[in-house]
Design a protein around this ligand. Structure first.
Ligand code: SAM
Ligand code: SF4
Length: 468
């Protein structure tokens, strides 16, 4: 189906050339680029390459400051929350960094039944989650792809009291256009797929068996998803496999390609760092380990380069790193995660590294994460309005670009947070959350404040799922 043309946008030599030409620049050039970043229209690859070279502490802190500014202007203090839902760890691939790889005999294999999926969902809904990211290895049970479609239906159909999952994002292996169409018809939110590494030779070295060995099939997956009508797409790199500078440049090429071909860039970018995984030496010793300072720089540079693309931070990272990167541009975070199928039902595993996909940095339950971020001044959002109102792809970007989305999102974040506080929060979290809502209302402009107050009143009067 795919041709070379579909992946020829990835231009390794241009990346190396741009990186080598960037060299060391004087502070005036760096500040010029940062001033452009503050215009909220993004920056180009050559400019990003210049910022990558910066190591001077003063200039570095100006980069971070610019990222904070962009994040605030576009997203305000909101942080959207979700939980991963691992339905199967059966896999036919041999990705040397992953515990689910086919030759790893050290973990028990399992694909949840539909009843077991419903049980996992009940637990997540009772915690207060409204969004899940459905994750699976590439070997599906007997029903094949239908298994995924059934799982999505099961998740949407599981209601508990006031609650239900209102948006399912999906992270599964690349599909054919027809299958993507079925995924779209099943009403997924975002289709997420990480290229792992955009460096072809490294990709070939770490994917040693199975269909995932086909670099171009993966690289062209987002094009097929777009062709099938899925226009909320999540891209990402598994940092640690290759040089982060190369990967970031390639990510920018991917985003530019989607924007040029389909008129809409990626909806989200994920920044997983390689974590230790059972049965993988490479995962414990990343060949291109990314330091914490470089990791913060990666988040900041993405925020400045593609201001309207969400950045997702998972619980692979510790609570400290997560806190630092919220300010630099992260817009979505997972919380209370388990990375083994059935993990929510089973509770905290004795040794998560043995049963999960990789080891986690943040083990705190959702209630604790919500309380923590509220105290830091961020508004936890459980909003799912955009996709349900059809504000996806280019429609979302049109709304987001002039900053209009902020008016909708701020109000919806507060109303869904109010729902959470009333239905699921501990007394301590409710107190912190109510104080934050009161504070935020005073900071809003009069029109938005009126809308937000109306929505919050509706929720307090026992209405649910209200949004603008
Ligand atoms: N099997 C599908 C695939 O590989 O695209 C989707 C699910 S896979 C479980 C989701 C992601 O987990 C992969 O894309 C990879 O980036 C990430 N991952 C795998 N091993 C990891 C590790 N040791 N540390 C951090 N992330 C890892
Ligand atoms: Fe399978 Fe995905 Fe893990 Fe690779 S990363 S072994 S494809 S689950």
């Amino acid at each position: 189906m795919h041709t070379n043309n579909e992946t020829s946008w990835l231009d390794e030599s241009l990346i190396w050339q741009t990186l080598s030409q960037a060299g060391q620049h004087d502070s005036a050039r760096v500040r010029e680029i940062l001033a452009k970043g503050r215009e909220l229209k993004g920056i180009g690859m050559a400019e990003m390459a210049v910022l990558m070279q910066v190591s001077d502490p003063e200039l570095l802190s100006e980069i971070f400051e610019t990222a904070r500014y962009v994040k605030n202007e576009i997203y305000g203090p909101r942080l959207v929350l979700f939980a991963p839902l691992y339905v199967s760890n059966m896999c036919c691939n041999e990705c040397v960094y992953c515990a689910f790889r086919v030759r790893n005999k050290e973990i028990p294999r399992r694909a949840l039944t539909q009843a077991e999926i419903a049980e996992e969902v009940r637990i997540l809904v009772e915690q207060g989650h409204k969004r899940v990211l459905l994750v699976a290895g590439e070997a599906l049970p007997q029903q094949g792809f239908q298994y995924i479609l059934d799982a999505i239906a099961t998740v949407y159909n599981t209601k508990v009291g006031h609650g239900e999952i209102r948006r399912i994002n999906v992270n599964i292996a690349p599909l054919e256009v027809d299958e993507f169409k079925q995924l779209k018809a099943a009403q997924i939110g975002t289709y997420q797929l990480f290229q792992e590494t955009y460096h072809r030779a490294t990709y070939m070295a770490v994917h040693v068996a199975g269909p995932k060995k086909n670099f171009d099939w993966r690289l062209s997956a987002m094009d097929r998803a777009m062709e099938a009508g899925i226009d909320d797409l999540g891209v990402g790199v598994l940092f640690g496999l290759f040089d982060w500078r190369f990967e970031l440049m390639a990510l920018m090429q991917h985003a530019a390609h989607l924007e040029a071909k389909f008129g809409v860039g990626p909806h989200t970018i994920s920044v997983p760092r390689l974590e230790p995984a059972t049965g993988s030496d490479l995962a414990s010793h990343p060949p291109f380990a990314v330091s914490d300072i470089h990791f913060r720089k990666i988040v900041a540079l993405i925020r400045i380069a593609v201001p309207y693309t969400g950045i997702i931070m998972s619980t692979r990272e510790t609570s400290d790193i997560r806190r630092e990167t919220f300010a630099l541009g992260v817009s979505q975070i997972s919380a209370g995660s388990r990375t083994n199928p059935g993990g929510y039902h089973e509770g905290e595993p004795v040794n998560e590294q043995v049963s999960g996909q990789f080891s986690l940095g943040d083990h705190r339950p959702l209630d604790e994460v919500v309380r923590d971020i509220s105290k830091l001044g961020y508004v936890p959002s459980f909003c799912t309005a955009c996709y349900r109102l059809g504000r996806t792809g280019a429609d979302f970007m049109d709304l987001a670009k002039p900053g209009l989305i902020k008016a909708h999102c701020d109000c919806n974040a507060l109303s869904t947070f109010q729902e959470y506080l009333l239905d699921y929060a501990s007394a301590e979290t409710r107190a912190a959350g109510e104080a934050l809502i009161a504070q935020r209302l005073t900071e809003m402009d009069p029109a938005n404040r009126k809308t937000a107050e109306r929505l919050i009143e509706q929720v307090r009067a026992d209405e649910r799922d209200v949004f603008v």
